[in-house]
Write a protein that binds this ligand. Structure first.
Ligand code: UD1
Length: 422
């Protein structure tokens, strides 16, 4: 297992280019299974979650060809299995999109329960409610979810919780169902729009993606030979924006859609961080002292829960006491124990973290407990005095393309070493 060695207190300076969105790509690739044809996907991030998903799709008969590092051609004509039950299914959350995609293609799917970061209980009852409403029979057996339908028929579905995964999964299953499906209280994240755009380019009829009511009129068939370009990763962009501010650096974050970043930029401005927006880039720099703020994570367009752990590091640098309230997941403050080893003064009260600012972090051996917690640990190490050793680096590989290289180019003193070579 590799680890990162980071020497802190270097200001990040320069330019960084953001990769394609992990969570969009995790939906777009399975969506290609609704086709029996060829399509080309551009701006696919070269990250572990995508290569695992690709392997699972290959086991179903899909063929992948890399045109270049971030452009792939997918041929789904030979897909002949609806059984996605390899052990790799547990390695990521996004594997759950194979339920909607295989159900939509074969009217049948046998899929292992998804994995992903441990953020507390992560039920899939809303996905199942949606599939059942479309006419699927759902059985849970030996850790597998078995879906089957004679026919899928459009239905009106109200989500009891705003769920990104359920919204996308129901959209996938409904694309070729007979008649009209309506998803009310749908999630509005940018990648839902991206996946809907990809499906519409294939000939689907989806309206309202990006609002809380999505209407999907079923179509009989879809056409391939399309090229789709995945949107930039809002969370990777936010991670670099926060890292720039936390190190009091000056960074131009390129290949972003500034509108997707509004909840973060609003908080950064409230904290006195300088934010300059351009068409597809954002410059972040700091001149004044940082002010305390209170943050609550919410579904989009609210503050993203995936930026909550990185944001905590920034609040440790602010004047006074800030709070973060986690509004999405029940157990997303585990990383704080790691930060305490570096001297962070943070108290967790239920769903709220109370963060004392002007904190002098010092380098320490710490471990990444999940993907975004890992990103927070890296930012903490960039700010800290002295050397930090970060283990469990594979979590970062799941979601950040070239993270170490990108930070190195911005002036961070960071290197990756094999654990037993140090
Ligand atoms: C997705 C993202 C994850 C992000 C999260 C919230 C992927 C692969 N993962 O996760 O990075 O942090 O959105 O933006 O895209 N819930 C239920 N029942 C369900 C589904 C969800 O109760 O059937 C609850 C969850 O426990 C959670 C909330 O709804 O409290 C939101 O979850 P959801 O939006 O579904 O998140 P994920 O799709 O798991």
């Amino acid at each position: 297992m590799d680890k990162l060695i980071i020497r802190g207190q270097k200001r990040l300076k320069g330019e960084v280019t953001i990769s394609g969105a992990k969570n969009a790509a995790l939906g777009v690739l399975p969506a290609a299974l609704l086709l029996s044809d060829v399509c080309t996907i551009e701006n696919v991030p070269d990250i572990l979650d995508i290569s695992i998903l690709r392997g699972i799709m290959e086991s179903l008969g899909a063929q992948f060809e890399n045109i270049d590092r971030n452009t792939i051609r997918i041929d789904t004509r030979k897909v002949n299995s609806y059984m996605a039950t390899t052990p790799d299914m547990h390695k990521l959350r996004g594997s759950y999109y194979l339920m909607g995609a295989l159900l939509g293609r074969f009217k049948r799917a046998v899929v292992t329960f998804p994995g992903g970061c441990n953020l507390g209980v992560r039920p899939i009852d809303q996905h199942i409610k949606g599939f059942e409403a479309l006419g699927a029979k759902v059985e849970i057996e030996h850790g597998h979810i078995k879906l089957s339908a004679n026919k899928l028929t459009g239905a009106s579905i109200y989500l009891d919780v705003v769920s990104v995964g359920a919204t996308i999964n129901i959209m996938l299953a409904a694309v070729k169902a007979e008649g009209l499906t309506t998803i009310e209280n749908a999630a509005k994240e940018p990648h839902i729009v991206d996946i809907a755009n990809f499906l519409n380019a294939m000939g689907a009829d989806i309206k309202g993606a990006g609002t809380d009511i999505i209407r999907i009129r079923g179509v009989k068939s879809l056409k391939g030979n399309i090229v789709h370009n995945i949107i930039p990763d809002q969370i990777e962009a936010g991670t670099f924006m926060i890292a720039a501010a936390a190190t009091r650096g000056d960074v131009l974050v390129k290949n972003v859609i500034p509108k997707h970043m509004e909840s973060l930029t609003a908080k950064l401005i409230e904290m006195n961080v300088r934010v300059e927006e351009f068409d597809d880039s954002i410059r972040i720099y700091v001149k004044e002292r940082l002010s305390k703020v209170n943050i609550k994570t919410l579904p989009y367009p609210g503050f993203p829960t995936d930026l909550q752990p990185p944001a905590a590091i920034l609040l440790l640098q602010a004047e006074g006491i800030s709070t973060i309230t986690e509004g999405i997941f029940e157990n997303r403050f585990q990383y704080i124990e790691e930060l305490k080893r570096m001297g962070a003064n943070i108290r967790v009260e239920g769903r709220m973290a109370v963060i004392e600012g002007r904190c002098k972090l010092s380098g320490a051996p710490i471990k990444a407990l999940d993907l975004r917690a890992g990103a927070a640990c890296v930012i903490a190490a960039l700010v800290a005095d002295g050397e930090t050793e970060l283990t469990n680096v594979h979590y970062l590989d799941r979601g950040y393309e070239n993270f170490v290289e990108k930070l190195g180019k911005l002036g961070a003193d960071i290197k990756r070493v094999e654990n037993n070579k140090c």
